[in-house]
Design a protein around this ligand. Structure first.
Ligand SMILES: [Zn+2]
Length: 146
């Protein structure tokens, strides 16, 4: 009963939609790495910015790093959207995402897995959050611009 599972990160928010999974691309890239067709240096290239985001906003996953196998991967969620203004392009924790989903109509989330030991990183999933996803809610009306 030791495993925490990744369910904590996903499906928390009711308005989650347009989910895209990048497992196939990840598997293909890893196959290339294992076969030596792609260098480890090329794929283990997390920027200091991404590593810092993993440290402060990351969620631990149950998946061990596929490259160095030294530690579990950390999941970092990046948010993008016009509505978010200056917050677009920043990393957010799960609780913040849930809160933002009730504040904004629509924004995109890109979940990236990062290994803080060897700097492997890959896009895992993207999805859309926001009030627009609530069916029949008051939010279906267009918000008056200021
Ligand atoms: Zn690693």
């Amino acid at each position: 009963m030791a495993s925490g599972g990744t369910a904590r990160t996903l499906g928390v928010v009711r308005t989650q939609r347009q989910v895209v999974d990048y497992a196939l691309q990840r598997r293909a890239l890893l196959a290339d790495v294992y076969a030596g067709r792609v260098g480890v240096m090329e794929v283990c290239d997390a920027s200091p910015y991404l590593l810092r985001a993993a440290k402060f906003h990351g969620e631990p996953s149950a998946v061990t790093c596929p490259v160095c196998r030294k530690e579990p991967l950390t999941l970092v969620s990046w948010v993008y959207g016009d509505e978010l203004k200056h917050a677009s392009g920043s990393a957010r924790g799960t609780e913040e995402l849930a809160k933002m989903a009730t504040l904004f109509q629509e924004f995109s989330v890109y979940v990236v897995e990062v290994c803080r030991t060897c700097s492997w990183n890959h896009l895992v999933q993207s999805y859309v959050l926001g009030k627009r996803g609530l069916r029949g809610g008051r939010s279906s009306r267009r918000t008056a611009a200021e």
